[in-house]
Design a protein around this ligand. Structure first.
Ligand code: ADP
Length: 497
C-alpha cells in the first residue's frame, strides 16, 4: 500500500466555505422555513463547509405543491419541447463537469476520476432519455365487436419523489430524474445529507436550460426530510436508492396507499474465480469489485470465492495487487482510494474490522485505519482489507459493509460455488471468471442476482436494466424501458356505433 502525502495548499479555492445553499422550490432558491441549516464535511481534511437549508415537512409540502402545479403544463408540453430542454441540460452538465465533479469530491471524497465518469454518465442520461421520451406509445387492440375500438395510453404518474444516496449522488439521480421527466412527470428530489450541494448545482443547470418553474424541486435535509416526502399524499411514485433498512421502511409507509416505488438497495456480491480463469483479467476484476469507490458501492464484490486448485495463487496475486494501490487525496489523479465519505460510515466500516476479529477470520492484508495513513490529512481512511473467511455464515460474509473490506473463501465444485454465491439475503450483482463458454451459460441462470458479470465486473450500460433480486430491491432502472417505469397504462374502449 502506497500512501500519498497530503497537499498543504487549500484544496478548493473556488468554493467559499460560507456559501448558503438554498432549497429549489418553484424555480426559486429559497431558505428553509425557520432558517434551519446543516453543514457539509469534507471527509479528507475534516473541514466543515457550506450552510445547506434543512427542509421541514412544511418545506416538503411547498415543494410537492409546486411540482403539482407544474405538472399539467409539463405533461401536456410537446415531447419535442421536453426533449430540447433535457438535452440542453445534458450539454450544460458536460460543460460544467469539472466544477461539479470537484464539488462532489469535496462532499464524498470519491476520486476525481470516478466522479467525472459518473457526471459524464449523467450528461449522457439527460440526452438519451430526452429522446426516448419521444418514443412512448400505446397499443391499438382489435376488439371483439365491429363498433368498438380499444387502445392504451402511457400517461405520466404525476409527482415523482427521487431519494438518493451519497456514494454516487448524481449518476443515481440521473437514472431516476431524466426518465421521469422525459415521461412528463414533475419531480421532487431529496439528496443525501452528505452530498446535497452537487445535486443543487445540477438542478440549477436545469433551470438555466429552460426547465419551467416547479418541474424539478430539491429539498435538502436528512432522513426526516426524506420521510416527510415519502409520507406526502401528493407523491405518485418514490424512486429510491439507499440501504435495505431504509428501503424497507419506505415500502412499509407506501404500502397502505399503494403508491408505486422502485428500490435499489444493498448488495453482497460474490466474485467467483474458477480454476480455468484467465487470472491476468480476474485479479484486476477482483480489485475493482473490492475497492472501487473505496468499497462504498452496492455493486461491490465483497465475497471472493476461489476454486481450490488456484486458491493460493489467486490470494498471492491479489495481495500483491492490493499492495500497489494508492490511498490518498481524491483530487490527485494518481489516487486509487480516497477516504470513507462520512464519519458515520467510517465508524460502520471500522466496526466490521472488530467483528471480523471476533469471528475469527484470518486477516491477509490491510486492517489499518485513520488519518495517519496519509500524512498531513485528517481523513477517514480505511486500508483495503482482505480476510480469509473461516465460515460463510459469518457477519463478515453476510452483511453489507460498504467499505474496502472483503472475505475470501475456497470452494471445490461448481455446485458448491453456486450455493455459496446464493447463500446471502441480497441478490444485486454476481460475477465469475472462467474460460469455459459452457460454464458461462450453465451458471448465469443459477445465480440469484439481477446482474451477472462473466469475465468482467462493474460493467453498466444505460441500455441494460439494473435492479436487484431478494433484499436488494424492487424494480429496475436503466434500460430502454426506463421511461415506461414512470408511466401508468390506461385502457380505453370507444363504441362508435
Ligand atoms: P445511509 O445510511 O448509508 O446514508 P440511507 O438508506 O439511510 O443510507 O440513505 C439513503 C437516502 O435515504 C438518503 O437521502 C437519506 O437521507 C434518505 N433517508 C434516510 N432515512 C429515510 C426515511 N426514513 N425515509 C426516506 N428517506 C430516508
Amino acid at each position: 500500500m502506497t500512501h500519498q502525502k497530503a497537499p498543504t495548499a487549500q484544496r478548493f479555492p473556488e468554493i467559499d466555505a460560507d456559501t448558503a445553499y438554498r432549497l429549489i422550490i418553484g424555480g426559486e432558491l429559497v431558505p428553509a422555513e425557520g432558517g434551519a441549516t446543516f453543514r457539509c464535511v469534507d471527509p479528507y481534511d475534516d473541514v466543515e463547509w457550506g450552510y445547506v437549508a434543512e427542509a421541514s415537512a412544511g418545506d416538503v409540502d411547498r415543494a410537492v405543491r409546486s411540482a403539482h402545479e407544474a405538472f399539467p403544463g409539463w405533461r401536456d408540453a410537446h415531447p419535442r419541447v421536453r426533449c430540447q430542454i433535457l438535452s440542453r441540460w445534458g450539454e450544460l452538465i458536460a460543460a460544467n463537469l469539472d466544477r461539479i465533479a470537484r464539488l462532489q469530491v469535496h462532499e464524498n471524497g470519491k476520486t476525481i476520476a470516478e466522479n467525472k465518469m459518473a457526471l459524464g454518465g449523467a450528461a449522457f442520461f439527460a440526452d438519451l432519455f430526452s429522446r426516448l421520451g419521444m418514443t412512448l406509445h400505446g397499443l391499438a387492440i382489435p376488439n371483439v365487436t365491429p363498433t368498438i375500438e380499444s387502445w392504451t395510453r402511457r400517461e405520466p404518474l404525476g409527482v415523482v419523489a427521487a431519494i438518493t444516496p451519497w456514494n454516487n449522488p448524481l449518476s443515481l439521480l440521473a437514472s431516476k430524474l431524466f426518465p421521469a421527466l422525459a415521461a412528463g412527470n414533475t419531480v421532487v428530489i431529496k439528496p443525501s445529507e452528505v452530498t446535497p450541494v452537487s445535486t443543487l448545482e445540477l438542478v440549477k443547470l436545469g433551470l438555466e436550460a429552460g426547465l419551467p418553474a416547479g418541474v424539478v424541486n430539491v429539498v435538502t435535509g436528512a432522513g426526516a426530510t426524506g420521510a416527510a416526502l415519502v409520507d406526502h399524499p401528493g407523491v405518485a411514485k418514490v424512486a429510491f436508492t439507499g440501504s435495505t433498512a431504509t428501503g424497507r421502511r419506505i415500502a412499509q409507509s407506501l404500502a397502505p396507499r399503494f403508491v408505486k416505488y422502485s428500490l435499489e438497495l444493498g448488495g453482497k456480491g460474490p466474485n467467483l474465480v474458477f480454476d480455468d480463469a484467465n487470472l491476468d483479467r480476474a485479479i484486476p476484476g477482483l480489485i475493482v469489485g473490492m475497492t472501487a469507490g473505496a468499497g462504498q458501492a452496492c455493486n461491490a464484490g465483497s465475497r471472493i470465492l476461489i476454486q481450490a486448485p488456484v486458491y493460493d495463487e489467486v490470494i498471492e496475486k491479489l495481495m500483491t495487487a492490493l499492495g500497489k494501490l494508492r490511498i490518498g487525496d481524491p483530487l490527485d489523479p494518481e489516487t486509487d482510494l480516497g477516504p470513507i465519505a462520512s464519519r458515520l460510515q467510517y465508524s460502520r466500516v471500522s466496526s466490521y474490522l472488530d467483528i471480523a476479529a471476533q469471528e475469527g477470520h484470518t486477516r491477509l492484508s490491510g486492517g489499518r485505519l485513520g488519518a495517519d495513513l496519509v500524512s498531513g490529512s485528517k481523513g477517514l481512511f480505511v486500508e483495503p482489507t482482505l480476510y480469509q473467511a473461516s465460515h460463510a455464515r459469518s457477519r463478515l460474509m453476510q452483511e453489507e459493509i460498504f467499505g474496502p473490506v472483503a472475505g475470501a473463501i475456497r470452494f471445490e465444485t461448481e455446485d458448491e460455488a453456486v450455493e455459496l454465491a446464493n447463500g446471502v439475503d441480497y441478490g444485486l450483482v454476481a460475477g465469475f471468471w472462467t474460460q469455459s463458454l459452457s460454464r458461462g451459460h450453465r451458471l448465469v441462470p443459477r445465480l440469484d442476482a439481477g446482474t451477472v458479470w462473466v469475465n468482467t465486473w462493474r460493467m453498466f450500460s444505460a441500455f441494460v436494466p439494473f435492479g436487484g433480486f431478494k433484499n436488494s430491491g424492487v424494480g429496475h432502472e436503466y434500460g430502454l424501458d426506463a421511461v415506461e417505469q414512470y408511466t401508468r397504462t390506461k385502457a380505453t374502449f370507444l363504441d362508435f356505433a
